[in-house]
Design a protein around this ligand. Sequence first.
Ligand code: COA
Length: 385
Amino acid sequence: MNTRTSLSVSGLDDVCFADTRLSDVDGEKGRLVIAGRDVESPGDRTSFESFATALWNAGSPLSPARLADVSAQIAAGRMAAFEQLETMASALALTNGMAAVRSALSMLDETFEDPARITGAAAVFAAAWARRRAGLPAVAPDPTLGHSADLLRMLRGAPATVAEAEGLDAYLRTVSDHGMNASTFTARVVASTAADLRCAVAAAMGALEGPLHGGAPGPVLDMLDAIRSEDRAATWLEAELAAGRRIMGMGHRIYRVRDPRAAVFERAIEALANAGHRTERLALARAVERAAEGVLRARHPSRPLHANVEFYTAVLLDTLGVDRGAFTVLFATGRIAGWCAHVHEQRAHGRLVRPASRYVGDRAPSNENGDRAPSNENGDRAPSA
Ligand code: COA
């Protein structure tokens, strides 16, 4: 390994990779538009299916008939995936939920090369994995229910109330797409090689799993549990920073203000509180957010670091009775709508993604005939790549 030259790797900040009709993230104003809809004001009771249909039909008007058709296809995907649960048993036995669901999705046949069917399948596998982990049998889907109501039912083994289904709808539609984030970029890179949708989705799930992307909400809940009360927040957070750790749920590559999705989730939690749910963690989360902004401002005065999507995801999914071990898997069941839409857009308009890198390693000296000399004493040459 060459240790003489330090290697720099860009995070592709500000590199515009694609024109898209799918979503727009305005990091200065804190605004997110998905397929023409502002996530902060999508209209009451807008379903996940409605956002998925809009993403999969971006650029075309959304008709009630098309929405009904897509909803039926997602439900059919749930039913068909449930039929295959036995075949997926070894995948769904994996301890890591993201590994389990992406393995099961990879095992699906080509009848799932369809956004709606693979979206339905992801929900079934997520719920079956979570129940297996809790030592419980899988619950069969009900195609007459909306996707969120059925996902909650499959997770918990009991019907969801209208308020709960609306709470999960708010979550899934709000995370359904988010510009050229790491997992979406991954899906597009895979799609650009002409690989199939299942490959792109499985690869995107791998990217989503990391704590810098979709793996943060479980740790956010752990943080709230560790802090326990508002008065302990600043001291606890400062100790985390002093130990060289990041505050989970805070900071974002694009947003320089609070992530607009945080407000959507706060409203969804308040609606659940009005419907009789226990939401004590909301007050603590708000206090911890204020304290985290303060300690981060003191440490990084020139870098605005505010709550991101994961902060209130943790509280919302916890209020809905979802186990923290399944938070990232739930994120994937929503984001899959965006991944599928990006795969379609990439196939329709994109080229093979093949960026460049700058070689800063050793080069074998050339002799006077222009031939390269062996690069080491064994006569080996560096591979030509
Ligand atoms: N806690 C503590 N410090 C943070 C921080 C956080 N949550 N987020 C950023 N910083 C600091 C970094 O340490 C860095 O400091 P330095 O310049 O002294 O090294 C500075 O702010 C800039 O960070 P950088 O890593 O360049 O920002 P980024 O755009 O690459 O990071 C995240 C974005 C999301 C990866 C980052 O904010 C983070 O790690 N957040 C916590 C994990 C999380 O919530 N993930 C979910 C994302 S939706």
